[in-house]
Design a protein around this ligand. Sequence first.
Ligand SMILES: *Cc1c(COP(=O)(O)O)cnc(C)c1O
Length: 354
Amino acid sequence: MTEPSMIDLRSDTVTRPTPAMRRAMAEADVGDDVYGEDPTVNLLERRAAEIFGKEAALFVATGTMGNTVAVKAHTTHGQEVICEARSHVFNYELAMIAWFSGCVARPVEGADGILHWEQIEPFVRPLGPHWAPTGLISLENTHNMRGGAVTPKKVIDDICDRAHERKLPVHLDGARVFNAATALGLRVAELCDKVDTVMFCLSKGLGAPAGSMVAGPAETIDRARLYRKRLGGGMRQAGVLAAPGLIALEEMSKRLAIDHENARFLAEGLSRIPGIAIRPESVRTNIVIFNVSGTGMTSYELSGSLKSRGVLANGVNPAHMRMVTHFDVDRASCERALQVMEEVVCRTAAAVRA
Ligand SMILES: *Cc1c(COP(=O)(O)O)cnc(C)c1O
């Protein structure tokens, strides 16, 4: 366990359940969810469907499991799944598009992580003598590795309209879709109106100890439920996990603007430290990715120095580092993190000069 005094900016997955979540877990009404008899899971699934304006929703163990069952429900073996080049489904899910769904990922570069139809269209393929047909378009909002970039509703709607004209479904990896909706001043139901399915994480900025949801048409969700079982995701008395998930969904989703303000504050502070490059105005949600190559250290070296002074943050590659805000880091912690970063960077600069 990390020491409570550590300021943990590695991810918004590190949040610990709140006292209210702990109580809800202890008191949760439960049954066997594989029989469809866990009242708390059923309530969570119903509320998620309502909040997203979809017919049905499914509680899954993780975001990876949610994306995996959704991709499988939309595709058949031998198809292609179009996704953004730095997307989570393509880079960080152990090739599950191939392993479980038997499809090939077709990565497409979107400027700053935002895909537009114009970038997607050239890669949409029918079955041909040489080509695997496109089976699905998968979007990511917010975009994790693009510094929490937000895709506007208009852009998503346009992709969905064009895809649907071609009978292609669209899945949204909305691990942080509540952050996107908060940044856009929209309800998630509005933002996700046209996507066929959406996955979102209860366990990140929303603070639940575990769990994600997939929402979509009832028929698709019914099949996704069978794929969940195949993956070993039939969790029995899962109401103890759904109970904090309900609090995450109903309550914690309303406080994300605070994390966004703290992230912008971090970005502004970082931009004033010599050797660190970031455009603070590009930070719209809770993820800050910045270039540290001007400090004379790799992100990994920097990460080690920060850790020995009580701040946790990871490198995403040698030149770039990521900081993520969440409800376990307040403004004072962000101020402290900036102070530590400045000390570490200036000490290194002085050592190089000496
Ligand atoms: C975290 C994340 C996921 C899923 O992560 P799990 O660790 O499997 O819960 C999916 N997509 C994005 C964009 C993520 O950031």
